[in-house]
Design a binder for this molecule. Structure first.
Ligand SMILES: [Zn+2]
Length: 73
């Protein structure tokens, strides 16, 4: 957290669930015009929503992963 580098346009870091490493997809909600990502694993609670752009969703997913790993340690 707090690192100045934001590789938002960089495809090197992917879309993996912080908890179970499943592939996570980002989708657009046509009703609210926001983006969300959700883990496809049934019993995994990872989810993020309400992002203004796909880029923000990706940043949030990465932050989620970092935060989760900090807790997990
Ligand atoms: Zn998951």
């Amino acid at each position: 957290m707090g690192r100045p580098n934001e590789y938002a346009g960089d495809m090197r870091w992917g879309w993996e669930c912080p908890r179970c490493d499943a592939d996570v997809s980002v989708a657009r909600d046509p009703g609210s015009e926001t983006f969300h990502w959700v883990c496809p694993t049934e019993d995994c609670p990872s989810i993020g929503f309400g992002f203004a752009s796909r880029r923000r969703a990706r940043l949030a997913l990465r932050e989620y992963r970092e935060a989760y790993q900090n807790i997990y340690r």
